[in-house]
Design a protein around this ligand. Structure first.
Ligand SMILES: C[S@@+](CC[C@H](N)C(=O)[O-])C[C@H]1O[C@@H](n2cnc3c(N)ncnc32)[C@H](O)[C@@H]1O
Length: 486
């Protein structure tokens, strides 16, 4: 959610919106349907958003942006002003460098009115203090922020270019250069601002081929750790990125055509309704990491992640070092070992078979085999057949309990804290640390609910007697309890 505090000059918010729309419409080729309006949604904590002024039909074009107007490497002069190949930096860093260049050009940049409507402060996890991150307790998301890696990439790839070209990247904040501690700190801060904008606003831009749709929402950990094989270039698409997102009310999509990117209604939209993009089925922890807000309707996508370390510990292994643990080695050699195992929130009809990842069941099976069974498998370099009998269920249950204990507070305690944060007449849009605290609570609560629900499923399986303790780990009578996901 974006509140006033996220924008550099909240007092001229409307003026900046108007300036942006005038600039946008003055660009040749831009078409904006008069049925939509760029709205001020700060009172609901959603910053700017696009709203329907009158009813809109399904399939109707909402706006169309020429590819040449996308803030992207291909459209900036920077690539011809530097000796090096900017694109070779990869999609994240090349766009970051271009955005730094265009931002530092100030009014001279073609995209100056666009920069004025983009936020300068973020609630994405990259910017949380240690105390704020502690509120996420044992959530695996804390290990996926990637701040240190991002700092290193910026210092290694962006800083040398910026420092070597002061005429293209003039220092700001009264600094005489981006050298020295103060200069480096300022550059890092600016680069993180651009990185955060890319993470929450940019689209993956397909090459000018017809017809493919494309929300720019590849889902990767941290920023700058994209799936490098995809290598789609990234771009900031004015107006398209001022749509907010909603898990249930998504009603528009960006279609990437040869010359234009076209936002179309994918459902009939009523007068006064907000127009929403879609971020896909992402857990609230990821929503917070990438976009800096959470809403309850993404709660259905919440997950809990169990680390290999925790599972090994619950199994009584002294460590999870592959070299010294033959059982892990066997899985590693068969490409079946992960650092973490994600369990989704069980839906009403879910079974353990449908929610437990296949690799997790193989790991549980491997760790609970008798030494003889394991030796047999190891001699053939074959992982065991995954099964989910009482031994594996017991190990999983123990791991879930130990994960729950790591959070520090119980589910019920969190429910009470959350209720206390929201006295009946309190404003919904909290600010600053209070807002972050509430979002962290929502995330960890969701994860604890997943833990509780999976434990309940395990308990009821045991209570139903459908889990049998098998001596050989290959109990053909307990078909019901076998994992079918392998
Ligand atoms: C693509 S931008 C959308 C435009 C943004 N509201 C603005 O004012 O610049 C994405 C950012 O908008 C906010 N956002 C998106 N969807 C939201 C929602 N449903 N509720 C509140 N904030 C939302 C988050 O801060 C997110 O990082």
């Amino acid at each position: 959610m974006s509140s006033s505090t996220h924008f550099s000059d909240p007092s001229s918010f409307q003026q900046q919106s108007n300036g942006f729309v005038s600039w946008l419409e003055s660009n040749p080729g831009v078409k904006v349907n008069p049925k939509i309006i760029l709205a001020d949604l700060r009172s609901t904590g959603a910053g700017r958003g696009v709203v329907a002024r009158t009813n809109i039909s399904e399939g109707e074009e909402l706006f169309s942006i020429p590819r040449s107007l996308i803030l992207a490497v291909q459209n900036s002069d920077l690539k011809s002003l530097l000796p090096q190949d900017v694109e070779a930096l990869g999609p994240w860093l090349s766009l970051m460098l271009v955005m730094l260049y265009e931002y530092l050009r100030g009014e001279q940049s073609r995209w100056a009115p666009y920069f004025r409507v983009l936020p300068t402060n973020f609630d994405t996890l990259m910017f949380w203090s240690e105390a704020e991150l502690n509120q996420l307790q044992a959530s695996a998301i804390v290990g996926k922020i990637g701040k240190q890696g991002a700092d290193e990439s910026i210092l290694e790839s962006i800083a040398p270019i910026v420092k070597a070209n002061p005429a293209l990247f003039p220092p700001v904040n009264g600094l005489t250069s981006f050298d020295g501690d103060a200069g480096t700190a300022t550059l890092l801060e600016l680069a993180h601002t651009m990185g955060s904008l890319i993470m929450a606003y940019a689209f993956d831009i397909e090459k000018g081929e017809d017809d493919d749709d494309g929300e720019g929402d590849d889902d990767n950990e941290s920023y700058m750790t994209d799936d490098e094989d995809e290598q789609l270039s990234k771009g900031m698409v004015p107006l398209a990125d001022l749509l907010n997102a909603d898990a249930d009310r998504n009603n528009a999509r960006l279609f990437q055509e040869e010359e234009f990117l076209v936002m179309k209604a994918i459902k009939p939209i009523q007068e006064g309704e907000e127009i929403f993009n879609d971020y896909g089925e992402i857990p609230r922890a990821d929503l917070l990491r990438r976009y800096g807000y959470v809403t309850d309707n993404y709660g259905v996508y919440d997950v809990v992640e169990l680390s290999l370390k925790d599972i090994c510990q619950s199994a009584g292994l002294s460590n999870n070092d592959i070299e010294s643990q033959p059982r892990l080695q066997l899985l590693e050699e068969n490409d079946l070992l992960d650092d973490g195992y994600v369990i989704p929130r069980p839906t009403a009809n879910a079974t353990l078979e449908t929610i437990l990842p296949a690799e997790l069941v193989v790991l549980l099976t491997t760790l609970t085999q008798s030494p003889e069974e394991f030796e047999q498998r190891r001699s053939k370099n074959k992982p065991p057949k995954p099964s989910m009998d009482a031994n594996q269920a017991g190990l999983l249950y123990k791991t879930l309990q130990s994960k729950q204990a790591q959070y520090g507070t119980s589910l019920n305690e969190d429910i009470n804290i959350l209720t206390g944060l929201l006295p009946p007449n309190a404003p919904q849009a909290l600010e600053g640390s209070a807002r972050r605290h509430k979002m962290a609570l929502q995330v960890r609560l969701g994860e604890k609910e997943v833990l509780r629900d999976v434990q309940t499923m395990l308990e009821s399986l045991v209570a139903n007697g459908s889990l049998k303790r098998s001596a050989n780990g290959d109990d053909h009578d307990s078909r019901q309890s076998k994992s079918a996901r392998v």
